[in-house]
Design a protein around this ligand. Structure first.
Ligand SMILES: NC(=O)c1ccc[n+]([C@@H]2O[C@H](COP(=O)([O-])OP(=O)(O)OC[C@H]3O[C@@H](n4cnc5c(N)ncnc54)[C@H](OP(=O)(O)O)[C@@H]3O)[C@@H](O)[C@H]2O)c1
Length: 187
């Protein structure tokens, strides 16, 4: 089934976070992210999970952590995963939603983990000055430029450009692409 990575990075330096936070506030971009991933299987790293707003409590989320005792917010829908390899033979669509460590492991994880589709959002504005270590996804962007082709048009909204990339030589389920495009243009 289809694996989709969805991220929003800062133009130029590919920063996606500082410390635990995303250093910009573009509500339309976050809403678009929520529309794309909602109702699907979502996978996030534990720090990213802890920053998700309460509306995500109702989504099906896989939380990657090395701590098997980690307590999720909604045990009916959220599941702790301690071994990323379990996604190699995952039978359903999967929306890879960060952060940097998680994106990178999927992008570098070989043919059974690398996403078929990337929703690449680029924020063109200024970064907020917040305390913490910048987190960037430059290694993922290098792989994206080598192994993927951009499809369709670019979408601009509130200083964010959204583009869709497909892995070269990959057959992609058209219904997945259609859903993503509808989520991008319907606001
Ligand atoms: N702009 C965007 O689109 C976007 C999207 C998402 C996140 N972010 C930002 O990204 C930053 C967080 O990124 P990050 O790289 O620091 O953290 P992360 O990718 O969210 O999570 C890393 C953590 O996930 C767990 N983990 C990862 N791989 C694992 C594996 N193979 N097996 C078991 N556990 C695994 C570990 O948790 P334990 O420590 O519990 O073992 C690890 O410390 C934040 O600033 C966040 O705001 C930005």
């Amino acid at each position: 089934m289809t694996k989709v990575a969805v991220w929003c990075r800062h133009e130029g330096d590919n920063i996606i976070g500082i410390g635990q936070n995303i250093p910009w506030n573009v509500p339309s971009d976050f809403k678009k992210f929520a529309r794309i991933v909602s109702g699907h299987n979502i996978v996030v790293g534990r720090p990213t999970y802890e920053t998700l707003p309460p509306k995500f409590d109702k989504e099906k989320i896989f939380v990657l952590t090395s701590n098997p005792e980690y307590e999720v917010k909604n045990p009916k829908l959220h599941q702790v995963i301690t071994n990323l390899k379990m996604f190699k033979d995952f039978a359903e669509d999967l929306y890879i939603s960060g952060g940097a460590g998680v994106y990178q492991q999927f992008m570098e994880g070989g043919s059974k983990l690398i996403p078929e589709v990337i929703v690449d959002c680029i924020y063109h504005g200024e970064l907020q000055q917040i305390e913490g270590k910048p987190v960037d996804i430059s290694p993922c962007i290098e792989i994206m430029h080598k192994k993927y082709l951009q499809v369709g048009t670019e979408y601009e909204e509130d200083n964010v450009t959204t583009r869709i990339f497909i892995r070269k030589g990959e057959f992609v389920d058209q219904s997945v692409l259609k859903n993503i495009i509808e989520c991008i243009i319907h606001h």
